[in-house]
Design a binder for this molecule. Sequence first.
Ligand code: DX5
Ligand code: ZN
Length: 223
Amino acid sequence: MIIAPSVLTANLADLATDCREALDAGLDWLHLDVMDGNFVPNLTFGPPVIRRLREALGPDAVFDAHLMVENAEASFQDYINAGCNHISVHVEAVKHLHRLLSAIREAGATVGVVLNPATPVEAALEVLSEVDLVLIMSVNPGFGGQSFIPNVEAKIRRLAQAIADQVAGGGRTVQIQVDGGVKAHNIAMLRDWGVSNCVVGSGLFNDRADVATNLAEIHAALH
Ligand code: DX5
Ligand code: ZN
C-alpha cells in the first residue's frame, strides 16, 4: 500500500520542511493538491511553488499533482515542467478526456483520472486502458480534514474487478488511489477493497503528533 501524504493540511508557510518530514519518515509519493478556486472553492498553489519544492527536495520523491482545476488541457505541461512525475485530472473538469490523458503520457508523466463522489465508475472504465491510476475521491474536493464517504465502496470494488479483467486480458495494471478522510481506522478496509494507494492529509499532518508517529499508527492498522 502506497501512503501518499497530502500536503494540503501541512504547514503551507513552510511546505519543504513538512515534506522533508514525510520523506524522512520513509514516504516518497507526495500528493500535491492543486486548486484553482474555480473547479473547487479553494485556492492552493501551482507550478511556481512546485518548482521550488522540487529544487528543495531533490529528484527522488514522486510528485503527484492532483489537478483540481478548470482547463487542465492548457496547464498540465506547466506541472510537468515544474517537476511533477504524475498528473491526475478530474473527469468532471475536462472536455476531451481521452485526448488529454494521451497528451500527458506523451509529455512523459504517468497519468490518472479522478472521479468525484457522485461520478459513476463507468467514466473511468471508458479510459481504463489509457491510465496508470484511477483516483476515487472519498470526500468532495476542496478541503482536508473531511469525513470519509462510505458509499464509494461499490465503485472501488467494481473498478478493482475491471482492472483485474483488463490485466487478465493482457492489458496494463492500474493503481486504485483513494483520497479523502483516509485514517488508521479505515485504511485496512480500503486495502481489502483493492485499493493500493491511499492519500492521507490530516491523518499525517495534524496537531496531535508528528508524521512518523501518525504513520506508525497507520502501518499498525495495516499489519
Ligand atoms: C481534497 C484533497 C485531498 C485532501 C486529503 O480536495 O484532494 O487530498 O487533502 O486530506 P484528508 O486526508 O485530511 O481528507
Ligand atoms: Zn487530493
